[in-house]
Design a protein around this ligand. Structure first.
Ligand code: NDP
Ligand code: 2IT
Length: 444
């Protein structure tokens, strides 16, 4: 067994109850082999053993009072995985499915994603099994205040800077920030995705979706192709999905289907985004309501069927493992040319194998959705300078970062003899800097 295989085999034994973490680690470690082979000093320094182990995992109880006066308890987490190149940075996810395995995979992915942005941010993630769906604003506030009353001890603008993810948007960040400010009496960039009135950055809301489309546009451009006239399927209808769709339309593409966890809508004439925004951002409604406004659209409850819709571009923007082998085969059979991941790890390992065998352009999450965290780092930069950049400035920087990421992962894939394999390219390009920094820091 070589070094990578030994570390992976040990990781699987030690984390046998964490399937998502094993899935992400298998993909990452396997594709790092070419760079590990060139650096025997990494094994000498037990670099991989240290790289796969989070610095610390914080788990805590979050008691709060619901609208009936009943006391509820949820589990809170923060995983501080790696701070070799900058403070821990990564979102908070509030969703009933949240557990240690999911947060560890997300934090582990975040290390390389954040490195790919070229900005000084390390990798972390956190969240809770709390479900904001159906809760009143007061319940969400009660929960967020209790969550922060524990979390504030472990974070700080130079230590660990959380942000949003599934179930955590402007409302939650506002309540979390308010409680942090109250507990510490400081007004700092301890969270990103803040409102514009209290330190947030223009374009942060749009950044993940826009960035996803910018990097895909670049992959198209080098192939003498563009979004003009392309049919696009987007899963999810949250923050990432909505702003990916907005940018697709701006570039001349057409989005024909989107979903939420209850069902998907298909509108062959092109989904009307203002209606989706009104449902989702306006009143936190369900996507099924789209049919009330557009009776010619269709609705299906089996969300996996969305991948059977013929499209040129698929942008999975909901959650992990939403495209399995069967769905990937359906996409390929229908002639998909580009799959770019807005969500984190939406394609299973088997699905990725299907894309690669078919030779389609596949842009993996840690490269394709890095625009969100990159703009979070731009938010931190503006806070440090105590100034705000214009919308145009932030958007131009975001686009520049995404174009750079595309060429960096493309070059890394070529350099290591795996042209067009952006999984390998992204993992290696992200790892190079983290590994170098860890070597500089000695045994810590
Ligand atoms: P939101 O909470 O805004 O939206 C999530 C969307 O995905 C909703 O439409 C939701 O449907 C759907 N969804 C969530 N879980 C499931 C599930 N288990 N099955 C089916 N549908 C589901 O989150 P974001 O848009 O912020 O995040 C989406 C993805 O993008 C996540 O993978 C996240 O990690 C990733 N991401 C987010 C970034 C950001 O800046 N926000 C940055 C980089 C990546 P419903 O409302 O019915 O639950
Ligand atoms: O997965 C992600 O990159 C995010 N949820 C954004 C993290 C951030 O710190 O902006």
């Amino acid at each position: 067994m070589d070094y990578v295989e030994r570390v992976l085999s040990n990781l699987k034994k030690q984390n046998a109850d964490q399937p998502e973490f094993i899935e992400a680690a298998t993909e990452i470690l396997t594709s790092l082999k070419p760079i590990i082979d060139q650096h025997p000093e990494y094994e000498q320094a037990s670099l991989l053993e240290r790289y796969v182990e989070p610095t610390r995992i914080i788990m805590f109880s979050v008691p709060w009072v619901d609208r009936n006066g009943k006391i509820q308890v949820n589990r809170g987490y923060r995983i501080q995985f790696n701070n070799a190149i900058g403070p821990y940075k990564g979102g908070l996810r509030f969703h009933p499915s949240v557990n240690l395995s999911i947060l560890k995979f997300l934090a582990f992915e975040q290390i390389l994603k954040n490195s790919l942005t070229g900005l000084p941010i390390g990798g972390g993630k956190g969240g809770s099994d709390f479900d904001p769906k159906g809760k009143t604003d007061l319940e969400v506030m009660n929960f967020c205040q209790s969550f922060m009353t524990e979390l504030y001890k472990y974070i700080g603008p130079d230590t660990d800077v959380p942000a949003g993810d599934i179930g955590v948007g402007a409302r939650e960040i506002g309540y979390l920030f308010g409680q942090y400010k109250r507990l510490t009496d400081t007004h700092t960039a301890v969270l990103t995705g803040r409102g514009l009135s209290y330190g947030g950055s223009l374009i942060r809301t749009e950044a993940t979706g826009y960035g996803l489309v910018y990097i895909t546009e670049e992959a198209m451009k080098v192939r003498n192709d563009s979004f003009e006239g392309k049919t696009v399927v987007i899963s999810g209808s949250g923050n990432v999905a909505i702003f990916a769709a907005e940018k697709v339309y701006q570039l001349g593409g057409k989005v024909v289907a989107m979903y939420d966890s209850n069902g998907y809508v298909y509108d062959k004439d092109g989904i009307k985004l203002d209606i989706i925004k009104d449902i989702k951002l306006g009143h936190r409604g369900r996507i099924k309501e789209y049919l009330d406004k557009v009776p010619t659209a269709t609705y299906g409850e089996n969300i996996k069927d969305i991948w059977k819709i013929k499209c040129d571009v698929a942008l999975p923007c909901a959650t992990q493992n939403e495209i399995d082998e069967e769905s990937a085969k359906a996409l390929v059979a229908n002639g998909v040319k580009y799959v770019a991941e807005g969500a984190n790890m939406p394609s299973t390992l088997e699905a990725i194998a299907v894309y690669q065998a078919a030779g389609i352009v596949f842009l993996p999450a840690k490269a394709a959705n890095a625009g969100g965290v990159a703009t979070s780092a731009l938010e931190m930069a503006q806070s440090s300078q105590r100034i705000f950049w214009t919308r145009e400035e932030v958007d131009a920087k975001l686009k520049g970062i995404m174009v750079n990421i595309y060429h960096n992962i493309d070059n890394a894939a070529k350099k290591y003899g795996h042209e067009n394999n952006y999984v390998l390219g992204a993992n290696i390009a992200g790892f190079e800097k983290v590994a170098e920094a860890m070597m500089f820091h000695g045994v810590i």
